[in-house]
Design a protein around this ligand. Structure first.
Ligand code: ADP
Ligand code: MG
Length: 305
């Protein structure tokens, strides 16, 4: 099977009507909505590095889209389309068929179109997705807007994926294989959150990026961390380790005033949100339990460690 028939067979489904020209020409064409900014990001998944080698191809397809939509959501933007750069060691039609189904399932769930890409042969399976989205001019939520006194809030539960990675076959493996990009919540937070990030490398590290960009610190109440009940048999310390240093959760961590948080709750987000702490003036990340400081040391995922 040649490169062109791979593209035609697996990656040429019709785009949404908002795409002027999709897969098949030298480039795709879009007309940006007026008064909106283009939001773009890329994330690469390397087999064996970003997902276990025996992950189902359907899950790999889903996840390669989901991790990018999560980055778009973390800006308060609405995802619109993706491009796919695929490096395949060989042509395995069964793999391609399931992979493309997983990719399109995630696209369909969030009304996103695959509008182009590149297909190459390479000894190592590598999937690079670029996502495009739009947000009203000036309304994107960046990492740099956290203010002293803001609440720190996290969606869903954290640590599930890291736990699952060490317990393959556990029901929580779904959280690892099929992350849910918080697209609706991200959009609802536009104009409400002061800063936001999606948690891909562990909460401690990712919140650290907000703190550094905003020149503030944070105090986290360990007893408030939303940890899945499947982890409740573990020691507290082990649970915190998963929740704070585990990666791959793709939940949204944001800072927000109490007043705006109440406005968010009135919008009835489709995922639970939990206040876990507060932004402080001193530029450190500290933890407390039962009102007392509780020093902890955590490292998130380091790509070049
Ligand atoms: P060119 O040689 O001009 O770069 P290609 O032969 O690489 O074009 O690609 C032909 C068309 O197929 C282009 O529209 C490109 O965006 C699209 N395409 C290539 N690979 C993929 C892929 N894996 N997924 C989606 N679209 C793809
Ligand atoms: Mg090309």
């Amino acid at each position: 099977m040649a490169e062109f028939s791979i593209i035609e067979t697996y990656f040429s489904r019709e785009s949404n009507s908002s795409v002027d020209l999709g897969v098949g020409d030298d480039s795709a064409l879009l007309t940006p909505p007026s008064n909106q900014q283009l939001v773009i990001c890329t994330d690469t998944l390397v087999a064996g590095r970003h997902f276990p080698l025996d992950t189902s191809p359907h899950a790999v397809g889903w996840k390669s889209v989901a991790v990018n939509l999560s980055d778009i959501a973390a800006m308060g933007a609405t995802p619109h389309s993706i491009l796919l750069a695929l490096s395949l060691p060989n042509i395995d039609e069964e793999w391609l068929s399931e992979f493309s189904q997983g990719l399109y399932d995630c696209c369909d769930q969030y009304s996103v179109s695959l509008i182009g890409g590149d297909t190459t042969q390479n000894p190592h399976l590598t999937i690079s997705v670029t996502a495009l989205g739009f947000v009203e001019q000036g309304l994107a939520v960046t990492r740099s807007g956290a203010k002293v006194g803001d609440l720190i809030v996290i969606s869903g539960s954290i640590g599930d994926a890291a736990f699952a990675l060490q317990h393959l076959g556990h029901p929580l493996q779904r959280r690892l294989d099929y992350p849910t990009p918080r697209c609706e919540l991200g959009r609802q937070l536009k104009g409400l959150a002061s800063s936001m990030i999606d948690v891909s490398d562990g909460l401690a590290q990712d919140l650290g990026h907000i703190l550094a960009a905003s020149h503030v610190g944070a105090k986290i109440d360990l007893s408030r961390l939303p940890i899945h009940h499947a982890l409740s048999h573990l020691s507290e310390n082990k649970q915190w380790q998963y929740a704070l240093a585990g990666g791959d959760d793709y939940e949204l961590c944001f800072t927000i005033t109490m007043q705006n948080y109440e406005k968010l709750l009135q919008l009835q987000p489709n995922v639970t949100t939990t206040i876990i702490g507060q932004i402080t003036q001193d530029q450190n990340l500290t933890f407390e339990k039962d009102g007392l400081d509780h020093p902890l040391q955590f490292n998130g995922y380091q790509h070049f460690a």
